[in-house]
Design a protein around this ligand. Structure first.
Ligand SMILES: NC(=O)c1ccc[n+]([C@@H]2O[C@H](COP(=O)([O-])OP(=O)(O)OC[C@H]3O[C@@H](n4cnc5c(N)ncnc54)[C@H](O)[C@@H]3O)[C@@H](O)[C@H]2O)c1
Ligand SMILES: [Zn+2]
Length: 654
């Protein structure tokens, strides 16, 4: 971290001073690009830097500016009748509560009424601010925010946008404020290849030829003075009556607002057809707003309640290329420690090789690290280059084998690579459910070359384990007992333990219930044989066959050692039971089949001698299947009887 908290009683040290100056200079530069519709960095990175500056120097003039000065363009400059401001922001509930409490205190002191019980909320649209002027009810002018005082007159463009009436319902002269946005559905339809609606809206709305403006939308949220209203609610009602499009709004108490915010953060936001970056909360009463006044062209009686962005800037110290258990090489950035969502972060994922290339990241770079919903932190972007761009390695860091590229990934294909061996052993231990076997022990055994494949586990002598660092006789006995206590393995467990791609336990069970009841039968199966099994398909069938063939020698060694999967009995509470479904049942057939199979039972398509249970809508139906079943002595069940049987066996049925 370049800064830590330091007391304001002291003069800031020169390093902090330098960081302040650097941040201020960069912030100005980023703003200029951003308001021209060509941001250099993401909003999250920008906000992180602005927050950092605010922490270091809360009264820095760079923080007080609104928008950016208008640069020379084809558009005519125009002065706003009433300056267009910005909003202060809060990013969590505690900050919002503090804002409301402060407002209440100020208003009450001035003889007004507390605002917390009468707030007005609107979606905070992530677009471009615009002032639109009507004269005698007719559309007259549209001016961008610019630096808040002077903007650009882009009237012909805005006239073409949706949600902007040419005429009002009444012959009024007034100035309204709104946000130019590009709806996501319109972006998809009319702006192929564009990913950021805000930037597209900014660029398009300033095109001199006006092309594309017909796909933009303006939503209005404010009407300047001219009117005789006493609340925000009346303003928005007025706007809607005059034919303006508006964002969603609501009135409520502080508690209501917190509820809206949670609902928006957790679900509503994701389903909207346009982007919002928070909610705007204001005192509903315009009198209270006037009492509260403004500071730095930011009203005190209103606040941007932004959705949390769990991102901070930090510096890359090192880039690691870890080979994982599947051979995949995952790049990880080691960064200077930063606190994110309550945790100190030092490692951030870079996903894969392609991503490293796309980011152009290197040691020494300033990066934006984020952590969302408790997932592993990752590097979102390079904010500023500070060093050489990282070149992906050509050799595995674990085994020095040449790496190969597969799609977006780098892979170590050396089957003897310790990372892969560890991965396979790990998978075996997990699948058979042996306890006491930690990662570290597996690592030690692989390192000592005592274990190369699962079969080697069963050859281990207690002394070999006991002699490892920090182990001993007791541990050795315990882990070896665990291992043998799991024998014999059922066929599905044996198969899943091999860890073949696309071959988890469910799939293994499916194969067994489809008649592949021995390992020999499976090894003899072709892709075409397996592809015919319902629920498998050709892709999985291919993976299974190739995976099994690739491990054939190893499987044979296991069997030769006596690790023979037991095949006669399946595992699960319904092991050894068979069912057939017929007629219209209330649950989908697939669900019933899955219920049986995932608990070790078998589903047959017709009534045979070996069928134990026939399940139909009515247990005593006279259907041909039912008659046949009676002849064979098959038990007839209705759906309720079936459910009861499963429940009696301990199967959960929802
Ligand atoms: N990426 C970059 O380089 C960069 C640079 C500068 C600023 N920014 C971004 O710009 C934003 C800050 O600048 P700002 O002052 O333009 O906006 P702001 O986020 O501070 O919010 C104020 C603006 O919100 C808009 N708004 C939307 N819905 C509204 C509603 N219902 N009621 C009232 N206002 C509403 C208005 O245009 C208003 O001017 C930040 O999100 C920041 O990340 C990014
Ligand atoms: Zn390797």
């Amino acid at each position: 971290m370049t800064h830590l908290h330091h007391g304001w009683d002291k003069q800031p040290d020169p390093a902090v001073r330098a960081r302040i100056d650097e941040l201020a200079e960069r912030i100005e530069r980023y703003r200029a690009s951003y308001y021209a519709g060509k941001p250099d960095i993401s909003d999250a990175a920008y906000d992180a830097l602005e927050d950092e500056l605010r922490d270091l120097d809360p009264t820095h003039p760079a923080l007080a500016r609104v928008g950016a000065p208008v640069t020379v363009t084809e558009w005519e400059k125009a002065r706003h009748e009433i300056p267009m401001g910005s909003l202060n922001k809060v990013v969590n509930e505690a900050e919002l509560e503090a804002w409301a409490a402060r407002c209440d205190e100020l208003v009450v002191k001035e003889g007004g009424e507390a605002i917390s019980d009468d707030l007005f909320v609107a979606e905070k649209l992530d677009g471009i601010s615009i002032e639109v002027i009507y004269r005698d009810g007719k559309y007259a002018d549209a001016i961008t925010r610019g630096d808040g005082i002077m903007g650009e007159r882009i009237s012909p463009n805005v006239a073409r946008m949706r949600g902007v009436p040419q005429r009002l319902k009444e012959k009024l002269t007034l100035s309204v404020r709104g946000e130019i946005i590009l709806k996501l559905s319109d972006m998809k339809k009319s702006f192929p290849g564009v990913a950021n609606p805000r930037n597209a809206a900014a660029g398009t709305s300033k095109r001199f030829d006006g092309q594309g403006c017909e796909h933009l939308t303006v939503l209005f949220y404010d009407v300047a003075d001219h009117l005789d209203v006493t609340t925000e609610e009346q303003k928005i009602t007025f706007l809607r009556k005059q034919g303006f499009g508006t964002p969603w709004t609501a009135k409520g108490t502080l508690k209501d607002v917190l509820g809206f915010y949670r609902k928006y953060s957790s679900e509503i936001r994701a389903g909207l057809d346009y982007e919002i970056d928070g909610l705007v909360v204001r005192a509903n009463s315009t009198a209270s707003q006037t009492l509260l006044g403004e500071v730095n062209r930011r009203p005190r009686g209103a606040i941007a309640f932004k959705f949390a962005s769990q991102a901070k800037v930090s510096k890359v110290v090192e880039i690691l290329w870890d080979t994982g258990p599947s051979g995949r090489v995952t790049p990880v950035a080691i960064v200077e420690p930063v606190e994110l969502a309550g945790a100190v972060v030092q490692r951030a994922s870079l996903h894969n090789m392609s991503n490293v290339r796309a980011l152009g990241i290197g040691v020494g770079d300033e990066v934006l690290v984020s952590r969302r919903n408790d997932v592993i932190p990752y590097v979102e972007e390079v904010v500023e280059k500070g060093g050489k761009t990282e070149q992906p390695p050509t050799k595995c860091r674990r085994c020095a084998a040449e790496l190969v590229t597969s799609g977006e990934y780098l892979l170590c294909r050396n089957q003897e690579c310790p990372a892969l061996v560890e991965g396979r052993i790990h998978n075996w231990i997990d699948a058979i459910g042996a306890l006491e076997w930690g990662d570290k022990l597996i690592e030690q055994l692989v390192e000592a070359k005592l274990v190369k494949e699962p079969g080697d586990l069963y050859k281990l002598k207690p002394k070999q384990i006991a002699d490892l660092e920090r182990r001993g006789d007791k541990i050795a006995k315990k882990v070896l007992d665990e291992l043998t206590s799991r024998l014999p393995l059922t066929l599905p467990v044996f198969l899943a333990a091999l860890g073949i791609e696309g071959f988890a336990i469910q799939t293994a069970r499916l194969l067994v219930s489809a008649g592949y009841t021995t390992i020999e039968k499976l090894l003899a199966a072709t892709e075409a044989d397996l592809a015919g099994i319902s629920g498998l398909g050709p892709i999985k069938a291919g993976m299974i066959v190739r995976g099994l063939q690739g491990r054939k020698a190893e499987i044979e060694r296991l069997i030769a050692q006596g690790i023979v999967p037991v095949t006669q009995e399946q595992e699960g509470p319904l092991a050894g039971m068979s069912f057939c479904f017929t007629g219209a049942l209330s649950r989908p057939r697939g669900e019933m089949t899955n219920l049986v199979e995932s608990n070790g039972g078998r589903v047959l398509s017709g009534v045979t001698k070996e069928l134990q249970y026939l399940v139909s809508a009515e247990a005593d139906s006279g259907s041909s299947k039912a008659q046949k079943a009676k002849k064979y002595g098959t038990v007839l069940l209705d759906e309720a009887g079936f459910v009861k049987l499963l429940q009696d066996k301990g199967v959960k049925v929802s």
